[in-house]
Design a protein around this ligand. Structure first.
Ligand code: AMP
Length: 289
């Protein structure tokens, strides 16, 4: 199941391809939770062979981020992957992915500058680069990404279109804990009190839906109401909350059609993100069609 070198994975997958098998791919940083497993099951339902990578990619972490303490449990991950129908678990070393002399990066412009890109400069350059490399190694027909990382999903779709990569990118809805908290490997950093406080994030997004339903269409006013709502949870330090177009990620003034509400916040030092797409029928659309 587990493969550590690019050469070995390429050899295994070319023999699968020679047998006419389609390949589905799920890139991850490991420490699996039900969000990851949902992506894997989705891949197993859409492709003959499922490849999952575990690689904590150093180029997408800033100097003061959690690269050194990112949670890891390879033994547990192997067992969960096997149970989710994964055929190949690719776990390369940093040297395998970035050997001496490495010089090439993928920069997706514009859409990487706002939202998480503002607080994490260089993050999406690292993400686009490692995903491009992984797609070139695995050469899947289809690859799966979580909507929890909405901006990442948009960036990857843009890169794949712009670089003419022959892979279908599938977005998978966010998997949540029973109380609404979006699943994340980083939730393991949270103390019991912070875990409780972190619920304010998904509650704020639920509140956004209620406020829009109740008629609030002005994005600035809506964001102010949501900031005020979130401010009642003192353990949560908001980084941003924004209303943007779900595809272009451009800020919107008015909540009409589909609007992405995305936020990032620190809870006891742990940076968490979440989002929701508010979907409204446009005035002149009809249920008949
Ligand atoms: P990560 O290991 O955090 O880099 O995540 C690997 C993949 O799983 C990415 O495509 C994420 O968007 C996706 N993912 C992470 N958390 C969730 C979640 N709660 N629901 C759905 N997908 C997720």
């Amino acid at each position: 199941l587990e493969i550590n070198t690019i050469a070995e994975l390429k050899a295994m997958l070319s023999s699968e391809r020679a047998k006419g098998k389609t390949i589905g791919f799920v890139p991850t940083m490991g420490y699996f939770h039900d969000g990851h497993l949902t992506l894997m099951r989705e891949a197993a339902s859409k492709a003959d062979v499922v490849v999952v990578s575990i690689f904590v990619n150093p180029t997408q972490f800033g100097p003061n981020e959690d690269l050194d303490k990112y949670p890891q449990d390879l033994k547990h991950d192997r067992a969960l992957a096997a149970g989710a129908g994964v055929d190949y678990l690719f776990v390369p070393s940093v040297d395998e992915m970035y050997p001496a002399g490495f010089k090439t990066f993928v920069e997706v412009e514009g859409i990487t500058e706002g939202l998480c890109g503002r607080g994490r400069p260089g993050h999406f350059k690292g993400v686009a680069t490692v995903v491009a490399k992984l797609l070139n190694i695995v050469k899947p027909e289809v690859a799966f990404f979580g909507e929890k990382d909405w901006q990442q999903l948009v960036v990857i779709k843009r890169m794949v279109a712009d670089l003419n990569m022959d892979v279908q990118i599938v977005g998978v809805p966010t998997v949540r804990e029973a109380d609404g908290l979006a699943m994340s490997s980083r939730n393991s950093y949270l103390s019991a009190r912070d875990r409780q406080a972190a619920l304010a994030l998904s509650k704020t997004l639920a509140r956004a839906n209620e406020l829009v339903e109740a008629g609030e269409r002005n994005a600035a006013k809506l964001m102010q109401k949501l900031r005020d709502f979130l401010a009642t949870e003192k353990r949560v330090e908001l980084e941003y909350i924004e209303a943007v177009d779900p595809e272009s990620l451009a800020p919107v003034d008015e909540v009409k059609g589909d609007v992405l509400i995305a936020l990032a916040a620190r809870v006891g030092g742990t940076r968490l993100i979440d989002n929701t797409v508010i979907r409204q029928k446009l005035e002149n659309s009809s249920d008949l069609f």
